[in-house]
Design a protein around this ligand. Structure first.
Ligand code: AP5
Length: 218
């Protein structure tokens, strides 16, 4: 089964996907993480992606769909997968459906619903670990030791696309496509909605219950 976790930039997809994957043993596949790994490796794909990411725009579908297809073909993605950040427009929804049409694997979507007014503070206050990828927030999820990752001790950084001007561009450029994706899953009867505002642990419980209700559990 494939669980698509939908939400605006900063809605908490990465935070919640990490916890749900740990609880269910599913693979957590995040397109943003895949792009950042390509950028760090200095690949051609990474160079192409970084110009779009830095402008707050979606990376073109031909690049994104090829990258995610290769990732989903890996053995750890053969059973349960949580998709975080994909699909992000109608063409990507169609590509995902087409890729699994003959496999019998179910695709369900859950929207983490967060009012746009709080997204900027979530994104500009985020700090991430450059080594293990864990994400923190200066106010809502601070590390135990200031500026150090709880999991591996590395010095935390701010993502380049969390600079205020890029955050504004991401929200401006990407919310309409998210709405299109939400409506496609709603129209096909595959959408659940989980309230994404509140304590991270409360949302974790709500998400786990909703995922279990559609058959996605350990
Ligand atoms: P990506 O990395 O996917 O970024 P995003 O979708 O903008 O999502 P974020 O990672 O910013 O936020 P999140 O929802 O995961 O929130 P998080 O849990 O970290 O993509 C980056 C870029 O790559 C895109 O802009 C685009 O250019 C490109 N891209 C990616 N996928 C693509 C695709 N399919 N097609 C084309 N281009 C693509 O939480 C955010 C912060 O809030 C953290 O600090 C966290 O600690 C905090 N927080 C979380 N939950 C709560 C809570 N309940 N209360 C308070 N704070 C909270």
């Amino acid at each position: 089964m494939i669980l698509v976790l939908l939400g605006a930039p900063g809605a908490g997809k990465g935070t919640q996907a990490e916890a749900l994957a740990a609880a269910t043993g599913a693979a957590h596949v995040a397109t943003g993480d895949l792009f950042r790994a390509e950028i760090a490796a200095g690949s051609e794909l990474g160079r192409t992606a970084s110009s779009f990411i830095d402008a707050g725009k979606l990376v073109p579908d031909e690049v994104t769909i090829g990258m995610i297809s290769a990732r989903l073909a890996k053995p750890d993605a053969a059973q349960r997968v949580i998709l975080d950040g994909f699909p992000r427009n109608p063409a990507q929804v169609a590509a995902l459906d087409a890729a699994f049409a003959s496999s019998g694997r179910t695709i369900s979507a859950i929207l983490l619903n967060v009012d746009v007014s709080i997204l900027t503070a979530r994104l500009t206050g985020r700090r991430v670990c450059p080594d293990c990828g864990r994400s923190y927030h200066v106010a809502h999820r601070p590390p135990t030791v200031a500026d150090r990752c709880d999991a591996c001790g590395a010095a935390l950084i701010t993502r380049s696309d969390d600079a205020p001007a890029t955050v504004a561009a991401r929200l401006e450029n990407q919310l309409a496509a998210l709405n299109d994706v939400v409506e496609l899953y709603r129209a096909s009867g595959r959408l659940q909605v989980v309230e994404g505002v509140g304590e991270i642990s409360e949302i974790q419980s709500r998400l786990a219950a909703t995922a279990a209700a559609v058959g996605f559990s350990a």
